[in-house]
Each structure stands twice: as structure tokens, then as C-alpha cells.
Ligand binder design. Structure first.
Ligand code: SAH
Length: 356
């Protein structure tokens, strides 16, 4: 609930509006996850709240810690569905990668989450709670985040198909009386839901946008990302062009390009990609993501020299390109690896890190 909704809710229970603000602060700023811990509320009121509402719905099933410090949380919804969240420690500012759906309806051939299918779209509450759980675990319950937090909607699911939940969650999280994570610190990634890209462009205080491309031609993209049959590259890039008009002076948007060995990493494909982006004259950068392998995905990551060559070609044609370092691969926490796995890829390394 937003602060306003909570206030209306307590008023319906014949309580003064300030009780709503008090509960909002307890949930969102002190990051408490039960009414019983809110000892500044009268005991009877807490009992009444417990009867009519719930302060948290997700339960953490397990936590995996990577040798690089990345943490993956495998949680469960009240109806027993998996939700995964990843905390990524970084030098400048830590990042939390959250899920917008349990499973995913898109069938990208290189992504492990696709194998789950769509279980259900998450609610705004389930999105916000993921962040609260990760922050409490990383910094301590209610403790200040030392350098602020970046959020990326790059976990399981297609955030643009969870649009209402996502927008409501962003609104709740941006409240200065709560988590106070403003939209400018958030990046939403999409496989290319064209109408929602256009809609996002019209929203004031919107998050940043990233688009998963994976291929420079419709022929290959149809194969890797079937959503391309619905919204092919020309339509997608036309929507991007329109979105571009909403960019702030120093803002760019991002294309993500997963690098699959001998599938989409040839020099010729780098030239095709650069030409495609240049033809639309987009103010964008390209993040090259080495494929994170996992059984039963039929791909291998591109060789490092391939990735470098691909990057050089993009840059020689004036396209800004960056190679992303995979994080948390050993615990199935990296891009495209979230599929509610209950093991680590390298259990010994992960265990040693947990002990340290
Ligand atoms: N559904 C949204 C949000 C998920 S973001 C989207 O597709 O953008 C997850 C990112 O990881 C996407 O850019 C996706 O292309 C990438 N990805 C998926 N599987 C991957 C894998 N096995 N290795 C590396 N990147 C992968």
C-alpha cells in the first residue's frame, strides 16, 4: 500500500490517519516485517491489524552466497510460488536485481527462467518486499544503506507485462518516508513489449529503460526471442526512437546483447547491429553480456576474443559498447539463470564464501 492507501485503510478501522503514516514508516523505513514488532502501536490495534491485514507475505527459503559476494535469495509467495532476488555488491553502489513475475511467459531460448513458464505476475507488495528482504539481509534490519541502492528489474519475468504492479511498487519505494529509492535509480529491462515502451515514455519520473536485443536481424531474433514475431525489430526500434524523446540530457538507454558462441557473435553480426542502431540514430549504448550457461540451455558463452572483436567493431562504427562481467554465476544468480535452483553450480566455493 502507498502511504495514502494505508491512511485510508486505518481510517476505515476507525483509527486516526497518523497511524497509517506510522505503519508506513515501520514497514518501509524501519523495514519491519510483522505488526508484532511495531511496539509503538497499541497492543489492541496490533491484534486488530493481524486480523485484517498482513505485514509481509514472502518467506525466504534459502540464500546462496557467491564467491564474488553476490547473494541470491530464493523466496516463496503465500501460494507457494518461487521468487528470486539477487543482491550484487559493487564498488560504487550496490545493486538489487528483483523479479516481476514468478517464472516468465516469454520463451527466449537462451534463458533458464523461460523453462519455468509463467507461474504468476507478482503484486506491488511482493516486488517491494523483495527489496526489503535483500536490504535487511545485506545491511541489517532497518539499517541505512551506506551508499544508496540501484534497482534493476532484470530478475525473473517480463516487467512490462507486470506494468501495474511495477509502477505501483516504484511509487511506494520512492516515498521519502519509506525506502526512498527514486525512479532515477531504477532500470527496467524488457524483451521488447512495444506498447509499454511507448507508455513508459509518457510517465513523469520514470525509470531508465534497457532492451534485450540478442540479435541484429529478425530471422535470428525470431529464433532466439519469439516475442520478436509479435513486435519485430523495425517496430521495436521505432518505439525506442519515440522513447528517446523522453531522455534527459545525459541519459541514454541500453541495449543488452547476450553473446552466444557461434550464434550471434560474428564480426558480420557486429556490423549488422551497428548499422541497425545507426540507421535509427539512437542515443543508446550496448551492453555485451557473455552467455551464462546452464543445463539444459543449448549454448556456450562466446570466447573472450570474440567479445572483444565484436565490441571493437561496434565502437569503430560509433556505437558505445561495454562488456559486462557476469556476477554470481556459481550460485545460479547471473543473468538468465534464475530458475528456482536449489543448488549452487560450485557448492564448495559457495560454502567457503559463506563461512568466510
Ligand atoms: N524479461 C526482461 C527482463 C529480464 S532481464 C528482458 O528480457 O529484458 C535479463 C537479461 O538477461 C536479459 O537482457 C536477457 O537477454 C539476459 N539473459 C537471459 N538469459 C541469459 C543467459 N543465459 N546469459 C546471459 N544473459 C542472459
Amino acid at each position: 500500500m502507498t502511504q495514502a492507501e494505508l491512511t485510508a485503510f486505518v481510517e476505515e478501522m476507525n483509527e486516526p490517519p497518523y497511524r497509517g503514516r506510522q505503519i508506513f514508516g515501520a514497514l518501509q523505513q524501519r523495514r519491519l516485517r510483522s505488526f508484532d514488532e511495531m511496539t509503538d502501536l497499541p497492543k489492541e490495534f496490533r491484534a486488530k491489524l493481524n486480523e485484517h491485514a498482513t505485514a509481509s507475505t514472502l518467506t525466504v527459503e534459502s540464500r546462496y552466497i557467491s564467491e564474488d559476494g553476490t547473494r541470491r535469495y530464493l523466496m516463496k509467495t503465500h501460494d507457494g510460488l518461487p521468487v528470486e532476488t539477487v543482491f550484487i555488491p559493487e564498488e560504487r553502489r550496490d545493486t538489487i536485481c528483483f523479479s516481476s513475475q514468478s517464472g516468465c511467459p516469454l520463451q527466449c531460448s537462451f534463458c533458464l527462467t523461460a523453462k519455468l513458464g509463467l507461474l504468476r505476475t507478482l503484486t506491488a507488495g511482493e516486488i517491494v518486499e523483495q527489496i526489503i528482504i535483500a536490504l535487511n539481509d545485506a545491511y541489517g534490519e532497518g539499517q541505512r544503506t551506506p551508499r544508496g541502492t540501484n534497482l534493476v528489474a532484470m530478475g525473473a519475468g517480463e516487467p512490462m507485462l507486470a506494468f501495474d504492479s511495477l509502477m505501483k511498487a516504484l511509487k511506494i519505494m520512492s516515498d521519502p518516508k519509506g525506502l526512498h529509492i527514486v525512479s532515477n535509480r531504477v532500470t527496467v529491462s524488457t524483451a521488447g513489449i512495444v506498447p509499454r515502451i511507448r507508455e513508459l515514455a509518457t510517465i513523469e519520473d520514470r525509470p531508465h529503460l534497457a532492451i534485450s536485443l540478442a540479435a541484429p536481424t529478425d530471422e535470428l531474433r525470431n529464433e532466439l526471442m519469439p516475442i520478436n514475431k509479435k513486435w519485430p525489430l523495425e517496430e521495436l526500434l521505432a518505439a525506442c526512437k519515440e522513447f528517446e524523446r523522453s531522455l534527459k540530457p545525459n541519459e541514454r538507454f541500453t541495449f543488452e546483447y547476450v553473446m552466444l558462441d557461434a550464434v550471434n557473435d560474428a564480426d558480420e553480426q557486429a556490423r549488422q547491429l551497428a548499422n541497425l542502431l545507426n540507421r535509427h540514430a539512437l542515443r543508446a549504448k550496448v551492453n555485451l553480456i557473455p552467455h551464462n550457461p546452464a543445463d539444459p540451455l543449448p549454448y556456450r558463452p562466446s570466447k573472450p576474443e570474440r567479445v572483444e572483436s565484436f565490441k571493437r567493431i561496434l565502437e569503430s562504427k560509433g556505437v558505445h559498447a561495454f562488456v559486462r562481467r557476469p556476477r554470481g554465476r556459481d550460485i545460479y544468480a547471473a543473468c538468465g539463470q534464475l530458475a528456482a535452483r536449489r543448488t549452487a553450480a560450485n557448492p564448495i566455493a559457495a560454502m567457503l564464501h559463506q563461512l568466510a
